[in-house]
Design a protein around this ligand. Structure first.
Ligand code: MTE
Ligand code: MO
Length: 262
């Protein structure tokens, strides 16, 4: 019989085992974490999509995250938070033009324009420019921001949206969660949370740099809403609606954030 000597493992052998164990742990963790990642991705991929009409069918968890940030922003940016304003001398004289969706109808005549307000389903109120100009004029010089990456200090004049609501007895309508606006040809349209429309710096503008707004910048009436990115500042307003559900929004339908707050 062989003499089985009780041998203590050599130093080298111990190191070798330790390395093997660590290698095993590394690989096991790698596979476990990969599995988690794949699972998370599958969970997101298989999660329900939102109704594609309003927000381009984002998967629900992503959309939920955006909607949660909307709630947070609404709390943080209450109507007491004012956007920074500048002296008139800083306003651009060469005002940028960006986007002409809803402005291409050849038959449109500024002189014949009237604003339509949907008081309730099928019941329209029509308002002429002279009526709007009777209300107190508010001017604002601020930094207009486009999500494409440019900004410019611009000077706009018009009436506060909140004054408009009061003057035309639209208080009950404006209790609804959203305001919708669209061009007369219905090619461009936005939906905005009521709080932002009632912000003291939100105006229905009819002047740019002290003169009637040029056609390409949204004549005769456009929205200037400094708490939002450019996309929500609809040019050439044709109709205003009120609703508790989100109105259609041109860029949200293309996948942009519906709230688009600054
Ligand atoms: N009717 C209409 N309004 C619109 C747009 C448009 O394409 N059509 N583009 C929006 C975008 S993305 C921006 S940045 C601003 C640009 O306004 P401006 O042309 O006066 O610079 O208008 C917004 N309002
Ligand atoms: Mo924009």
């Amino acid at each position: 019989m062989e003499n089985k000597e009780l041998k203590r493992p050599s130093f080298e052998a111990t190191i070798d085992r330790k390395i093997k164990r660590r290698t095993f742990i590394s690989f096991a963790s790698f596979f476990a974490l990969s599995g988690l990642g794949l699972g998370a991705w599958k969970w997101l991929y298989n999660s329900p999509e939102e109704i594609s009409g309003i927000t381009a069918g984002a998967h629900k968890p992503l959309r939920d995250a955006l909607n949660t940030s909307e709630q947070v922003f609404k709390q943080v940016y209450s109507n007491t938070h004012l956007v920074k304003t500048y002296p008139k001398s800083m306003a651009a004289t060469n005002v940028r033009v960006n986007g002409d969706i809803g402005l291409t109808d050849e038959t449109f005549r500024v002189q014949d324009w009237q604003l339509e307000v949907e008081k309730e389903a099928g019941k329209l109120l029509t308002i002429g420019m002279e009526q709007l100009k009777k209300l107190p004029k508010t001017e604002i010089i601020y930094s207009f921001k486009c999500i494409e990456g440019w900004d410019q200090i611009q000077h706009w004049g018009g009436l506060r949206f909140s004054d408009f609501i009061q003057h035309f007895n639209l208080e009950s309508q404006s209790k609804k969660a959203y305001v919708g606006m669209q061009t007369p040809d219905e090619q461009y349209y936005v939906g905005i949370d009521r709080e932002s429309t009632l912000h003291p710096q939100t105006i229905l503008a009819y002047e740019m740099n002290g003169y009637p707004i040029p056609v390409e910048n949204g004549a005769p009436l456009r929205l200037i809403i400094p708490v939002k990115y450019g996309v929500k500042n609809l040019k050439r307003i044709g109709k205003i609606t009120f609703s508790d559900t989100r109105p259609r929004d041109f860029w949200a339908e293309q996948g942009y954030d519906y709230y688009s707050g600054l």
